[in-house]
Design a protein around this ligand. Structure first.
Ligand code: ADE
Length: 259
């Protein structure tokens, strides 16, 4: 078999919430082997010479937490990278931009008055910190992909989604069991967390599991919508045309040591 040695080499996992977000990565893998656990397909293979596990978590914090726990317990992974899409809640973040999460907060956690709002009981504060080394590699990989964008994605798509001025941001990501498609909710989230860049539904749950196990994690999101009334429509189109190829290219650049 062509696979890297899973018994000795570092194990790296790529997790996404939706099929479209991993389909391109799966296409690039050599002889993937599939194992079905807890209703999920865990694909193990070699990608750029690295032992890698790829899995769809499903949507939401519980689905993400089950997936992260299985990756650590059953596949003994040392690094988890969550990739996917998110809605912008910051004026500085446009659709098409990339966001690498340095910190993550569960915006729907509220155990007050027992604990301060947003603090996950049992943890020190509200925010979980992503692994700085993984995150800066991810930022470099994202910048590298953006520089080569025109070679990788058709110019029709680049112009249609106005990707010419795409930026890479680093900062706070909010996660919660809610698809935000309402301007009032979006503004409330922004007011409660002024430095937050985007909202999604899984990252901070993976962060919590990784913190408990002492496993490194990072999160990279492509911005698919502005979390307003148009969000559901923008999201679906964007997922297929942009987010899926972006994820594959960035993971590839991340794993090749050139980023
Ligand atoms: N993922 C992508 N867009 C989102 C949104 N608007 N709310 C929550 N998660 C998202």
């Amino acid at each position: 078999m062509d696979n890297a040695d899973f018994s000795t080499s570092p194990r790296f996992a790529v997790v996404a919430a939706m099929q479209e977000e991993v389909s391109h990565i799966l296409e690039h893998m050599q002889s993937p082997q599939c194992e079905r656990i807890a209703g999920r397909n865990f694909w193990t293979a070699t990608f750029q010479g690295h032992a890698i596990v790829i899995v769809l978590s499903g949507i939401g914090k519980v689905a993400a937490a089950i997936t992260a726990t299985t990756l650590i317990e059953r596949f003994k992974v040392n690094e988890i990278l969550f990739t996917g899409v998110a809605g912008s809640i910051s004026a500085s973040v446009a659709v098409g931009d990339l966001v690498v999460g340095t910190h993550l907060i569960q915006h729907d956690m509220d155990a007050s008055p027992l604990f301060p709002r947003y603090v996950v009981p049992g943890f020190d504060g509200a925010s979980f910190t992503a692994d700085p080394e993984m995150s800066s590699r991810l930022t470099r990989a994202s910048l590298k992909v953006l520089m080569q964008l025109e070679q990788e994605i058709s110019s029709e798509i680049v112009y249609r989604f106005k990707l010419q001025s795409t930026k890479v941001h680093e900062g706070l990501i909010l996660s919660g069991d809610q698809f935000v498609s309402n301007d009032i909710v979006r503004c409330e989230l922004g007011k409660a967390h002024p430095s937050a860049l985007v909202v999604e539904m899984e990252g901070a749950a993976v962060a919590q599991v990784c913190k408990d196990y002492g496993v490194a994690f990072a999160v990279m999101r492509t911005v698919s919508d502005a979390a307003g009334e148009q969000a559901a429509k923008d999201f679906a189109e964007f997922l297929n045309c942009v987010a899926s190829p972006y994820s594959a290219l960035i993971v590839e650049a991340y794993l090749s040591n050139t980023a």
